[in-house]
Design a protein around this ligand. Structure first.
Ligand code: PEP
Ligand code: MN
Length: 344
């Protein structure tokens, strides 16, 4: 339930509501907006009627039920968009954020060359997998700690904050020492032990949508992080499984717009995994931004044909530079007569 305080509510009145929410057996979560404060009562097993009765408490405007099962993630709880600060790079603000780098860190030379090139082309963050979730146990599994050290060196060299995937609760502390934001990969979106552990980590989380997850399930996975204490969450649409085989996954652009509508969390798109095809990355990046994505994450490799993972969807450096130029170009003009007719 949500207790909407009136715009003239005093600190004492807000404090009273918080206290009553606790007494009724719920956890209070407070959002202080520019105009008014919202206090959400979340949890299970509390006495709802006691929260409903707060509608007549001093300083309370109204009490409403939260329509969705995800409570803290919902726009109802926080109408203004959240901005996640990743070592100074703001995701969810005015500017579109571009995260670029190889699927996997393969060597010092490969990562440092890529990091410098993507920085030069205008990327604001660096990606690179150290622990890789691979479909086959015989495929390259990542360099582990060695890769984390190389990522740290690349960050020092370029100043780009670093994102890398965490697959296991055991690795959380170690990865937190090296990365600025931790990625939960698509396959781990519903690894609830991992989500619970990351809820107490002191780093932002990039939460990918599972390949067969509903938008509701994706937002509920984010709810694990927020309800456990970590509100620094960025959602990432990376394509879902459909009957289509011409692309590796089907990137769900509507889900980006929907997630932005339902939630205050920033949402980015991953056109690399979302399509599996180099040639589509530019178009889909632009489309994602057009539907409201706060940024994109793309795979870049100095020599995609030699990549140890995800070569076919990795851009080489000139291709990445072209994608970056395409992102700053305006969208196609709309035929003026059509507009005219529509208005008449
Ligand atoms: C990746 O980012 O390289 C990756 C494995 O992503 P996903 O979890 O979306 O497949
Ligand atoms: Mn990859």
């Amino acid at each position: 339930m949500i207790v909407n305080m009136s715009d003239s509510a005093t600190e004492e009145q807000i404090e009273h509501v918080i206290q009553r929410i606790r007494e009724a057996g719920f956890q209070p979560h407070i959002t202080r907006g520019t105009e008014r404060t919202i206090v959400a009562a979340v949890g299970s097993g509390g006495r709802r009627h006691e929260i409903e009765a707060l509608s007549v408490a001093p300083g309370v405007d109204n009490v409403v039920a939260i329509a969705q099962p995800f409570k803290l993630v919902s726009r109802q709880t926080r109408p203004q968009p959240s901005v996640v600060d990743v070592a100074g790079v703001k995701i969810g603000g005015e500017e579109v954020v571009v995260i670029a780098g190889p699927c996997s860190v393969e060597s010092r030379e490969q990562l440092l060359e890529t990091a410098q090139a993507v920085k030069r082309a205008g990327a604001s963050m660096l990606r690179g997998g150290a622990y890789k979730p691979r479909t086959s146990p015989y495929e390259f599994q990542g360099l582990g700690v060695e890769a984390l050290k190389i990522l740290r060196e690349a960050r020092e060299l370029t100043g780009l904050p670093v994102v890398t995937e965490v697959m296991s609760t055991e690795d959380v502390d170690l990865i937190c020492e090296y990365a600025d934001i931790l990625q939960v990969g698509a396959r781990n979106m519903q690894n609830f032990a991992l989500l619970r552990r990351l809820a107490t980590a002191n780093k932002p989380i990039l939460l990918k949508r599972g390949p067969s997850a509903l938008v509701k399930e994706w937002l509920l996975a984010a709810e694990y992080l927020l309800s456990g204490g970590n509100s620094q969450v960025v959602l990432c649409e990376r394509g879902i499984k459909t009957f289509e085989t011409a692309t590796r996954n089907t990137i769900d652009l509507a889900a980006i717009a929907l997630a932005k509508e339902l939630s205050h969390l920033p949402v980015i798109a991953d056109p690399s995994h979302g399509t599996g095809k180099q040639s589509l990355i530019g178009a889909i990046s632009r489309a994602a931004i057009a539907v409201g994505a706060d940024g994109i994450i793309v795979e870049v490799h100095p020599c995609p044909e030699r990549a140890l993972s995800d070569g076919p969807q990795s851009l080489d450096i000139p291709q990445f530079e072209r994608v970056m130029r395409g992102l700053s170009a305006p969208l196609r003009p709309v035929l003026a007569p059509t507009l005219h007719l529509a208005r008449a």
